[in-house]
Ligand binder design. Structure first.
Ligand SMILES: C[S@@+](CC[C@H](N)C(=O)[O-])C[C@H]1O[C@@H](n2cnc3c(N)ncnc32)[C@H](O)[C@@H]1O
Length: 220
């Protein structure tokens, strides 16, 4: 599939799937694609990406639901995870801030989450997570999610920049072959050591065909 695949066919099919399933995220995706297919959206929505985000949402619902403040998603790409978080009533998420350093992401993330932007529940920010200072934010985050730890050159340095005790959900993987990956870990234990959390409520590994994804939920 390429970005010049006719998007109106996908639009019609996805509207049909949304009508069949009643899934609001699929309806939002259909509307986004109806306006033209953003490059790499097909990767952000592929079955492996969605399986790992479903895993995340289910684990969060068990381990640390109802955050006491906005949820920041860092390295958030096109805001797919934000859409899933806001759609799941088990999580009780009031607001998502979706941050990526790629300036192409914010506009697409806000179009995907248009309903939530209108309700004041979603905003997208273009910034480098290594430069963030959460202590300067007017509202302390209730949870910080980073599913892109493998993309950072200095994961321990980034974790150290977070406020102490902050609830966090972190993912990384052992996909060393990917050129953009700078901090992959070989095992779940290596990931625990890399991030050095003070509390861990959930730890797990999700194997897929080419790599294994690791997830930790706890506090900085
Ligand atoms: C390929 S995507 C998502 C990968 C992740 N494993 C996932 O499944 O969600 C990685 C994203 O992280 C973003 N990113 C990488 N380093 C970043 C940084 N320092 N600050 C903000 N965003 C960053 C990239 O722009 C990209 O959109």
């Amino acid at each position: 599939m390429t970005s010049d695949t006719p998007s109106d066919a996908f639009y019609d099919i996805l509207r049909g799937v949304a009508a069949l399933t009643g899934n609001r995220v699929v309806a939002d995706l259909a509307r986004l694609i109806g306006q033209g297919m953003p490059p790499e959206l097909w990767i952000a929505f592929n079955h492996k990406q969605i399986a790992s985000k479903r895993w995340l949402v289910d684990a969060l619902a068990e381990a640390l639901p109802r955050p006491k403040g906005p949820v920041w998603v860092l390295g958030a790409w096109y805001g797919v995870l934000g859409a899933l978080l806001l759609d799941d009533p088990r999580l009780g998420v009031d607001k998502v801030v979706s941050l990526d350093r790629d300036p192409a992401c914010a506009e697409i993330a806000e179009r995907l989450n248009r309903r939530h932007v209108a309700d004041g529940r979603f905003s997208a920010v273009t910034a480098d997570m290594m430069q963030l200072e959460f202590t300067r934010e007017p509202v302390r985050p209730g949870l910080v999610i980073n599913t892109s730890c493998e993309h950072l050159a200095d994961v321990p340095g980034w974790v150290a920049s977070l406020p102490p005790d902050l609830p966090v959900l972190l993912q990384s993987n052992d996909y060393y072959r990917e050129l953009d990956h700078k901090s992959c870990v070989a095992t779940l234990e290596a990931f625990k050591e890399q991030v050095g959390l003070s509390e861990i409520h959930f730890s797990g590994a999700l194997p897929s065909k080419n790599y294994t994804r690791f997830m930790l939920i706890g506090r900085r």
